[in-house]
Design a protein around this ligand. Structure first.
Ligand SMILES: Nc1ncnc2c1ncn2[C@@H]1O[C@H](COP(=O)(O)OP(=O)(O)O)[C@@H](O)[C@H]1O
Ligand SMILES: Cc1ncc(COP(=O)(O)O)c(N)n1
Length: 289
């Protein structure tokens, strides 16, 4: 029997009892992408497809010990953060990332659930900006999250570019602003990095309400691909294809916003491929250029 060495990936996020988002979505996605998933749970949510019925943050000691248990034993090749809930949790996570020299950090700045429940206390937004983003290889806000991070109103394409530049100025190596919340026929995600390289990832917008956990799933696949040593562009394309298939083949479960189907890409692939267009932007701020 040959033994296979899988890269280890860590998710630091909240538990979703409904299984569509949070830790549960991340572990399913890691498994689908053939990496070994580990987890640090920051909070337990009582949640289903209709909403979040309760949020129970874990005590500091419980989070700190989970971080140490992972850091002292595993070689983590990439990690992602999701629901961090408050300032003290972010501080613990930042300390652990530095202490264990974890690289390939994907920050999904989860703030509010699709169903409108607060998953990050307001004052913690500043801590994410000042403490966590400087450590990130990529940060993946949706449009409302990008607005909170930048305090800019995002309506048009040029607003997305401005917001991306502002987020890059906070120290993240790159940013992907996701277009799931738009209304156009194309679901377009825009990637930008410190060199001014811009990539538009485009897929057909699918008519559905089963989008619970899309952002969690997307960032988990990104982390998995980076753990395997894939270049950023390839990792982004895989994540976009994976989420397109997962939404397209979502299984209607529950009475509200249903979850996506994490095994869909493996079983079905995707019908139409994702488009990927490149541009270069002259960054108006002079970050790490
Ligand atoms: N209806 C949809 N059709 C196709 N792609 C979608 C749809 N909704 C979301 N996506 C894609 O899912 C990913 C997650 O985006 P988004 O829903 O904006 O994140 P979040 O879950 O953080 O709000 C992005 O790649 C986005 O383009
Ligand atoms: C524990 C947890 N983490 C993240 C989300 C965001 O997912 P969504 O935006 O699809 O509600 C969530 N609802 N619950």
């Amino acid at each position: 029997m040959t033994s296979k060495v899988l890269p280890c990936v860590l998710t630091i996020a909240g538990s979703d009892s409904g299984g569509g988002a949070g830790i549960q979505a991340d572990i399913k996605s890691f498994q689908e992408r053939d990496v070994f998933g580990t987890s640090v749970i920051t909070a337990v949510t009582a949640q289903n497809t209709t909403g979040v019925q309760g949020v129970f943050p874990l005590e500091t000691k419980a989070i700190e010990q989970q971080l140490d248990s992972i850091g002292e034993d595993f070689k983590i090749s990439a990690l992602k953060t999701g629901m961090l809930f408050d300032v003290s949790t972010i501080a613990l996570v930042v300390d652990a990332i530095k202490k264990f020299s974890w690289e390939n950090l994907v920050v999904d700045p989860v703030m509010v659930s699709t169903t409108g429940h607060i998953l990050l206390e307001h004052e913690a937004i500043e801590t994410i900006k000042s403490q966590l983003l400087p450590l990130a290889r990529i940060v993946t806000p949706n449009i409302p999250e990008a607005e909170h991070l930048t305090e800019l109103k995002i309506d048009k394409d040029t607003d997305i570019i401005r917001a991306s530049e502002k987020i890059l100025s906070m120290g993240s190596h790159s940013v992907l602003i996701k277009g799931g919340h738009g209304r156009s026929e194309i679901a377009e995600d825009i990637y930008m990095d410190q060199t001014g390289s811009l990539i538009r990832l485009r897929s057909r917008r699918l008519e559905t309400t089963n989008t619970h956990g899309t952002g969690c799933t997307y960032s988990a696949v990104l982390a998995a691909e980076l753990a395997k040593g894939r270049e950023m562009e390839e990792a982004l394309m895989t994540a976009k294809r994976f989420i397109q298939a997962a939404i397209e083949h979502a299984i209607p479960l529950g009475h509200g916003h249903g979850p996506t189907y994490h095994a869909a890409y493996r079983h079905h692939g995707i019908k139409e491929d994702v488009r990927c267009d490149h541009e270069t932007v002259d960054l108006f701020y002079h970050g790490n250029k």
